[in-house]
Design a protein around this ligand. Structure first.
Ligand SMILES: NC(=O)c1ccc[n+]([C@@H]2O[C@H](COP(=O)([O-])OP(=O)(O)OC[C@H]3O[C@@H](n4cnc5c(N)ncnc54)[C@H](O)[C@@H]3O)[C@@H](O)[C@H]2O)c1
Length: 262
């Protein structure tokens, strides 16, 4: 275990994956703990989060579970209060919760549209709102957003995923706004653009779709949740103390090399 996050308290939303395997939130929570952070694992399912907490503790890390739906303002407030009550402070918020749904403007169900906007954007806003006062009280903090190549920078879209692309694009505006508003208070806000990583979230895609996703990537390899988590550790740590308002694509080159011939 290294000490890049020693003394810090981190909240990771949607930390436990919905299925077998390692999700982005799970890998991030594990690496945060390996780097010395005390980590609050937030999930609707306490059972899955407890399993992850056990794993982190077995490795010698520190974690506690907060079960709740972060689309609800009261749950977010209780989550932030839990972090401070349990560990005495709150330094890092990793806004990992997110879901997708299929559809174009003509075909998306309105119910799905609302669910996707809520799960990606409203959760991020409510968690950030609840954590900011605690970060201010502690002298600063790092807020990390989790976007996708589906909505990167508002410059890319994903076919057949209008709600998801729109919600993820919105996270970039949110990031810039928080970064600007809190820069003088030593609170940084940055956004990771997640590429085609293989996690439980996309386990439903068959082998063919998985191969297609891999072939889109300039590096021609598949990413993992660990690739995302290493980026999150940097943005959470004091190594990035002078970095705010950035978008960090972790995607094998997909976003920035989109004109690359393949
Ligand atoms: N896997 C990919 O290819 C990929 C690509 C781009 C972006 N992403 C992004 O990565 C993030 C998720 O990654 P993951 O692998 O950890 O996903 P995951 O689905 O394994 O884990 C997310 C967890 O969040 C929980 N959750 C959902 N809504 C919640 C709510 N309202 N309150 C509390 N918990 C809630 C889910 O139950 C799930 O356990 C998402 O933001 C997703 O959009 C993933």
């Amino acid at each position: 275990m290294a000490d890049r996050l020693k003394g810090k308290v981190a909240v990771v939303t949607g930390a436990a994956p919905r299925g077998e395997g390692v999700g982005n939130g799970m890998a991030t929570a594990i690496l945060f703990a390996r780097e010395g952070a005390r980590v609050v694992l937030v999930n609707r399912s306490a059972e899955r989060a407890e399993k992850l907490a056990k794993q982190i503790k077995q490795e010698g890390g520190e974690a506690s579970v907060f079960a709740g739906d972060v689309a609800r303002a009261e749950a977010c407030e209780a989550m932030a209060a839990h972090a401070v009550k349990t560990y005495g402070r709150l330094d890092i918020l990793h806004n990992n919760v997110g879901i997708g749904a299929p559809g174009t403007p003509e075909t998306v169900k309105l119910e799905d549209w609302h669910k996707v906007i809520e799960a990606n954007l409203t959760t991020t806003m409510l968690c950030t709102k609840a954590c900011l006062p605690r970060m201010k009280a502690g002298g600063g903090g790092s807020v990390i957003m989790v976007s996708s190549i589906a909505g990167a920078l508002g410059l890319m879209g994903s076919p057949g995923a209008v709600a998801y692309s729109t919600a993820k694009a919105g996270l970039h505006g949110f990031t810039m706004s928080v970064a600007a508003d809190y820069a003088t208070q030593n609170i940084r806000a940055n956004c990771i653009v997640v590429g085609s990583v293989h996690t439980p979230m996309v386990a439903h895609l068959g082998a063919e779709a998985r191969e297609r996703r891999k072939n889109m990537v300039p590096m021609q390899t598949e990413g993992t949740a660990w690739d995302i988590a290493y980026g999150a550790v940097y943005l959470a740590s004091d190594e990035s103390r002078w970095v705010t308002g950035i978008t960090l694509p972790i995607d094998g080159g997909l976003v920035n090399l989109r004109a690359w011939p393949r």
